[in-house]
Design a protein around this ligand. Sequence first.
Ligand code: G6P
Length: 448
Amino acid sequence: MENISLDFNRTLGFISQESIDSYKADAEKFNLALHDKTMRGNDFLGWVNLPSSISNEHIEDVEATAAKLSAKKLDILVVVGIGGSYLGAKAVIDALSNNFQQFQDTDAPHVIFAGQNISEDYLAELRVLLQGKEYGIVVISKSGTTTEPALAFRVLKKDIEDKYGKEEAVNRIIAVTDASKGALRQLATEEGYKTFVIPDDVGGRFSVLTPVGLIAIACAGFDIRALINGAKDMEAQTSPEVKFEDNIAAQYAAVRNELYKKGKKIEILVNYNPKLHYFAEWWKQLYGESEGKEGKGIYPSSVDFSSDLHSMGQYIQEGERTLFETVLSVKSVDNTVLVPKDEANLDSLNFLAGKHVDEVNKMAELGTVLAHVDGGVPNLRVEIPKVDEYYLGQMIYFFEKACGISGYMLDVNPFDQPGVEAYKKNMFALLEKPGYEQATEEIKKKLK
Ligand SMILES: O=P(O)(O)OC[C@H]1O[C@H](O)[C@H](O)[C@@H](O)[C@@H]1O
């Protein structure tokens, strides 16, 4: 079995191998600390051994629940959640689905999402769509109190009960939340929903391999065992027994921290496959919430190439030199399209006749890397043998492990996110939520 691999040779004109190697002791120490739970955020390290500790019974429960829902011949499964309760499932499902999934006739339901925004139009249009469809709902919130999914679920719960009756609605709703705390747990208990627990010690952005991600991924018809296996193999390959020279998660953490020290403050995650767009969104939450604090942290951003070479390509080539790129490079594609020969050759593309479109894509990738490195943008490359459940599992765990090590290198707590409360407090004050009277008064003064 091949593995994903990391190539950071094209950072070496910007930082030295010696400077990267100087992270060895810290990288190994911090990796061990993640396993021994001896550093900051140690009550949120349940993800570290998660892949190897998922029981067969648990997987069977998830699979059986997905099968039970699917037996209802659902057209659509609505997954209600935001942040870590949304992006993991979205990333994996998009990566594995047909590019034109919404137009496919499939046995598995189409998985769509709600509660990841507060758009009235989005909800209104979703309600209209659902009226004529067979559907079920998975509502996910670790805290059980997040406004966006709670609001969406309040609307969708009423609709599903109106459509199917309260009793049948209960059979079509699954809740994923804390074992005991939060409004969603209370609601699920009162209504009698099938529930799954998000472990206390797994934070939202590290939760894709819990039922938070697994239920929706299984319902969409994908192989969660292969996904978990990929993660499990990466767990072994990045364990504290593996030395720095062989540990790609530790190396990635070291290289990006050294680049950051040298003024490369923005990391761009690059893909050449539109199916990976949401993988980058998942990655952005993972790194953004883990590292962006205490006035520090690489700003994680992303582009879809070659599309964005025609928009952001100019900036990356010649704009401010504070960037570095990490390319997700997929080795094998699933399909074949050969460039046809054309007698008239008006587009002058006959030199490509007979070639795979992917060969053109690969040369676009190589050409871009060389141009960007020449332009002052260091480049890391993660090679992925193919986009399937197994390698997505490897990628998920690789980036999670690297994130933990990298956050410790930056000397922050990678497992909290105190900053996200600020907007919530203001929003509640503006909406005059009971209990926020003083904040309401203060914020109104600011608006005068
Ligand atoms: O799962 P939930 O508790 O609803 O949280 C959903 C998301 O919103 C929060 O505000 C945090 O910023 C995220 O880390 C979290 O993943």
